[in-house]
Design a protein. Structure first.
Length: 401
């Protein structure tokens, strides 16, 4: 168990379930958290679960499924008000009992809730093309991460969703999920005595015994895809091969590079492509340090799609050739450090950070991280820039008419 003691007005009880990521289990892992947190053996409907949470002074569950390297991680977090604030000595015991039931109290799953969740997921897939941004992101991932698990939907494909049955979901829950590697994180103003109580009630931790891997394929010839649909604008997605990972020496320089390129309002892409040239509605970059990839996303007027695409590529090519400026480095380092300091005020960020540090054996302190950022040089960022290789262009656009 990991414990973070602080003065937030709420307490978070978080359990992380980690397994090796597999395409054929994604639909199970996507649906399970929804099923687990909506009902239990004792609370066999969404209404009863909602009433129970309300009786716990507005407690709530939050869940997430994500891919971290070669791992699939499901997080289940129960947030309750600090019992001392509401002067209720039974609140923590009630919350622990509920959390235990949510994880283990499922001899059966509600067929009605399962059918509803499955129907809504099928509907999301069947209406995906109407959600232009999400559709473009999905198609871009299919092309950029072709033949890679990153290109496979976190929810499974529409075919996967249609094939899943309640019996198959229950079997996965009982034979696989319950035996996942688990980690409990407690975050809040909790006494040592209460920590012992929590550990006793939720004592089931064990570590994953499969090594953590980060990898991406080698660069390839540029793949360009233009897809026409019924819309009045264009969405541009560009993927760069960028083989710098979290454990690499150039990692922090790569984060600074991403910040300068398109990570905040003073970035080159935002200032040049949007503010100066007026070619887009929005534009940003995103560096994935688990995959070694950097992605550009922009929404543009349909008449400007070719010009915007050329301008973005030229800006990045010039940046690779000529490097960054001292002023850009100073501003990006200040922004990066500010983001880290600001995150210390977020209970949810601190909870997840504790888990990630434990999962991946990160021992660097906040002070060490801030000092390392101070020591990033122009040469370091320019060295990282040289590793960028354009790989995939995907443009979703309306017809010329």
């Amino acid at each position: 168990m990991l414990s973070i003691n602080n003065d937030f007005k709420t307490i978070q009880l978080a359990v992380y379930f980690t397994d090796i990521d597999k395409e054929d289990t994604r639909v199970y892992r996507f649906l399970l958290p929804k099923m687990l947190t909506t009902h239990t053996n004792n609370l066999n409907s969404k209404l009863l679960m909602s009433q129970k949470l309300e009786n716990l002074y507005g407690a709530y569950f939050s869940t997430k499924v994500e891919q971290i390297g070669n791992y699939s991680v499901i997080s289940m977090v129960l947030t309750i008000v600090d019992p001392k604030i509401v002067e209720d000595e039974t609140l923590l015991d009630q919350a622990l009992e509920l959390f235990k039931d949510v994880i283990y109290g499922h001899d059966e799953f509600s067929k009605a809730i399962f059918n509803e969740e499955k129907r809504m997921l099928i509907e999301q897939w069947e209406t995906l093309k109407d959600k232009k941004r999400l559709y473009a992101q999905t198609k871009f991932y299919e092309h950029f991460f072709e033949n890679d698990k990153y290109g496979y939907p976190m929810s499974g494909t529409l075919e996967d969703v249609k094939k899943i049955t309640l019996a198959k979901l229950k079997k996965y829950y009982q034979s696989v999920f319950i035996h996942n590697a688990t980690k409990l994180v407690v975050n809040g103003n909790v006494s040592d005595q209460d920590l012992l109580k929590i550990e006793k009630v939720l004592k089931y931790e064990h570590k994953i015994n499969i090594p953590f891997l980060t990898a991406f394929r080698e660069p390839r010839a540029l793949k360009t895809v233009f897809e026409e649909t019924d819309m009045n604008q264009a969405i541009i997605k560009i993927g760069y091969h960028f083989p710098i990972f979290r454990a690499d020496d150039l990692y922090d320089a790569a984060v600074i590079l991403d910040t300068i390129l398109g990570g905040y309002p003073d970035s080159r892409l935002f200032q040049q492509i949007r503010e100066v040239e007026g070619l887009c509605y929005d534009i940003q970059s995103n560096y994935d340090h688990y995959k070694g990839a950097l992605m550009i996303s922009s929404g543009v007027d349909i008449r400007n799609k070719e010009k915007a695409l050329d301008s973005i590529q030229n800006l990045i090519s010039n940046m690779i050739s000529n490097g960054i400026t001292e002023q850009e480095l100073i501003q990006a380092k200040f922004y990066y450090q500010h983001q880290i300091k600001s995150s210390l005020d977020s209970q949810s960020v601190l909870t997840k950070r504790a888990f990630i540090r434990d999962l991946l054996n990160y021992e660097e302190t906040i002070e060490e991280k801030l000092d390392k950022i101070n020591r990033i040089t122009i040469d370091g960022v320019n060295e990282a820039l040289k590793k960028l290789t354009i790989d995939t262009i995907y443009v979703l656009h309306g017809g010329q008419s």
